[in-house]
Design a protein around this ligand. Structure first.
Ligand SMILES: Cc1cc2nc3c(=O)[nH]c(=O)nc-3n(C[C@H](O)[C@H](O)[C@H](O)COP(=O)(O)O)c2cc1C
Length: 356
């Protein structure tokens, strides 16, 4: 099953496995570094049908950390273009970029220096959010985004999308999950506004939909548009299945081609299980039933091929976004392909070590 191609309009995936976006916190002033060439070079040759570049900040204040990949100036654009040209020269598979604004989760340490922890005031920047609710006790109070800030946020996503398309990406994924800014507008846990961007579940969708509309206009039918969404917040009174279905239906209407179901992240501590695979598949299946043509993916411990084949057969998902297995061994999928005799997917240069 995972080897079955997907072809829908412009969207074409050679198999059902996509490399999930994974922050490397290794940029040089926002641009890709030598590490990105090494890391992503291996991943485009991994047998996956698409590689999603890590969360990329749409503005200075939208960064998670000082080492984020960014796409808000000419230098970032030129360096991204170089990287994509290099990746395409290795293997011409779709390359996607995940665009993100961290909101109140920004201005934080690189995780291997201090995990999930904000920078001190004199070393970071003022973060912005839907409301002035802190992420957690130890985190600073964000500034409430006013109308001008919201206009800028929408324009920042649009400008980054323009740069990304000019740089040669095949797909753009909007990050609407993991407690970042769009999620901070979507969730009642972080959004207590009473204007057109909050106060009801419909109004909380407005920022996400305005960004989607603007970016879709740039993508037209040429560039694949995806969104990573939250299936549930795993906290009392947080977002749940109904919200995920509602958002997915709206995204489908706005021309989004795929969604990837993730969950959690709106607060540091939630009730999310250590392995949320089954919860996310259950949500994906419901979303799939309630939408028509949008492709549904899910992420989180999806790397068992037998189970994955089963999930696709059971119509829980169309494809899977896989992260850590690729970091542990970028050839794990090729090893699988070679075991089942799919020679075509093994790079010629490596064939002597994989094929008998
Ligand atoms: C090192 C690392 C960095 C990550 N960075 C991102 C990111 O930039 N954007 C995102 O949406 N998810 C990010 N994630 C989550 C992964 O994309 C993926 O959803 C998660 O690891 C679950 O999938 P897995 O069990 O296959 O690893 C990251 C995960 C890891 C391990």
């Amino acid at each position: 099953m995972i080897l079955k191609k997907i072809k829908k309009n412009r969207l074409e995936f050679d198999n059902r496995i996509v490399v999930s976006p994974m922050c490397q916190y290794s940029s040089d002033d926002g641009s890709p570094s030598a590490w990105h060439y090494k890391h992503l070079g291996a991943l485009v040759c991994s047998g996956a049908s698409m590689v999603v570049l890590e969360s990329t900040a749409v503005s200075f204040e939208g960064r998670i950390s000082k080492k984020d990949l960014c796409l808000y100036n000419e230098k970032h654009f030129k360096e991204l273009k170089k990287l994509i040209k290099y990746l395409k020269s290795l293997k011409n598979i779709p390359v996607c970029i995940q665009l993100n604004h961290a909101g109140r989760k920004g201005s934080s340490y690189v995780p291997w220096i201090k995990k999930n922890f904000p920078l001190p005031k004199n070393k970071g920047w003022t973060t912005i959010s839907s409301s002035n609710i802190k992420k957690d006790n130890l985190w600073p109070r964000p500034k409430i985004a006013d109308k001008n800030d919201i206009k800028k946020i929408i324009n920042d996503f649009s400008n980054s999308a323009k740069f990304a398309i000019k740089a040669g990406v095949d797909a753009i994924e909007l990050h609407m999950a993991h407690g970042y800014l769009i999620h901070q507008f979507l969730s009642p846990i972080s959004n207590n506004r009473i204007d057109e961007y909050g106060g009801s579940s419909q109004k909380r969708l407005n920022l996400a939909l305005k960004i989607t509309k603007k970016v879709k206009k740039l993508c037209k039918s040429k560039i694949i548009l995806g969104a990573r969404i939250t299936g549930e917040d795993h906290v009392n009174n947080g977002l749940g299945l109904g919200d995920a279905i509602n958002l997915s239906k709206k995204l489908e209407k706005h021309g989004v081609n795929y969604i990837c179901v993730s969950s959690g992240g709106i607060k540091t501590k939630t009730k999310m299980r250590k392995n949320p695979r089954l919860q996310r598949l259950k949500i994906s299946k419901e979303i799939k039933k309630k939408t028509r043509s949008i492709l549904i993916g899910a992420t989180g411990n999806m790397g068992n091929i037998t189970k994955l084949n089963n999930s696709i057969l059971k119509k829980e998902i169309d494809f899977a976004f896989i992260g850590r297995p690729f970091l542990r061994n970028s050839n794990w999928l090729i090893e699988y392909f070679s075991k089942i005799g799919k020679k075509i997917l093994v790079p010629n240069q490596y064939s002597r070590s994989f094929l008998k």
